[in-house]
Design a protein around this ligand. Sequence first.
Ligand SMILES: NC(=O)c1ccc[n+]([C@@H]2O[C@H](COP(=O)([O-])OP(=O)(O)OC[C@H]3O[C@@H](n4cnc5c(N)ncnc54)[C@H](OP(=O)(O)O)[C@@H]3O)[C@@H](O)[C@H]2O)c1
Length: 347
Amino acid sequence: MSLSAASDWSIAPDGVDARSVPQRRLYTGALMPAIGLGTFGSDHVTGAEVAEAVKGAAAVGYRHFDCAAVYGNEHLIGPALQEIMAGGVPREELWITSKLWNDKHAEADVIPAFMKSLTDLQLDYLDLYLIHWPFPNHHAPGVDVTSRDHAARPYIHADYMKTWRQLEILVERGLVRHIGVSNMSIPKLELLLRDVHIRPAACEMELHPHFQQPALFDFVRAHGIEPIGYSPIGSPARPPRDRMPGDTVDIEDPVIARIAARLGVHPAVVCVKWAVQRGQTPIPFSVTRRNYLANLQGVVSDPLTDEEMAAITGIDRHCRLIKGQVFLWKEGQDWRDLWDEDGVIAQ
Ligand SMILES: NC(=O)c1ccc[n+]([C@@H]2O[C@H](COP(=O)([O-])OP(=O)(O)OC[C@H]3O[C@@H](n4cnc5c(N)ncnc54)[C@H](OP(=O)(O)O)[C@@H]3O)[C@@H](O)[C@H]2O)c1
């Protein structure tokens, strides 16, 4: 990615110079902006609002956008990206991710699903394409967590590798620069790394102060895989179906609140700032200009102190928010079975 070509269009008077945003160097040598904008509007933000935020975020210095077919808005983000590029931001300065949804894991479905995202996004290549979940179990968007796919199956490694091989073909054809995974566990990644031709460049995973996943975080970094952190603010506006008694609230944590008060920022900004400083790439969602601008300003301002970083390490509550219940494949299971917490891939 050429940083020298950053255009003047990109810099709103109160925006952040895209060249000053930290970058991650992936194992291929490519640079990825160390913060991206999430684009999942959940149930309450329309695709049009998200597309508007993509344009607004680019105008204040964002260059990295986390998309997915299942978010149902790529056809609206595509024209927004066209406008951004027509405004003078070169394609090579943008980092665009998309993801393969669970009903498209079959070998014959992967490349057509990718092409649909590519066409909707109005691009001729993607920077990163992820397998969204390691389960082929389908459920309609917005269903209750008790909903189950009658054909649901556990993780079957041979099947996952067939899907992965199709992603490798996309790289070989020059249609995507990097491929990666999401919602994986260490045991699943160990199998994947054993069998790949092209290694995953990134692992998208839930990461916020109350859910730091230190073992998986260390594992992926040790294998040259970039951790991309989703729900970095603790997804405060997630739909009711994704809320359970016992879930904790990162932005109400006294440690986060104390640091926010020192900096004079919203606690959300502290979560994002901590994420970048820790070494992951957060992808906070926001359609509110004041908020997405504050998040970006937070990552280019003075770092948190060592004491503050240590204090945030100490507030991990091991509180997974996106539990994935809809992917369970048999009666009587617990959502923890999806995450191989005992080191064994549940069958
Ligand atoms: N791979 C996966 O399976 C997966 C799963 C979940 C999410 N994701 C990705 O991760 C992205 C982010 O996760 P998320 O949407 O769950 O949650 P999140 O980024 O943790 O939280 C987003 C919420 O925080 C608010 N917010 C953002 N910045 C703020 C600020 N500075 N001050 C106050 N409030 C602020 C936003 O409201 P406003 O809009 O009003 O600012 C929005 O309601 C998604 O959009 C998606 O791209 C991926």
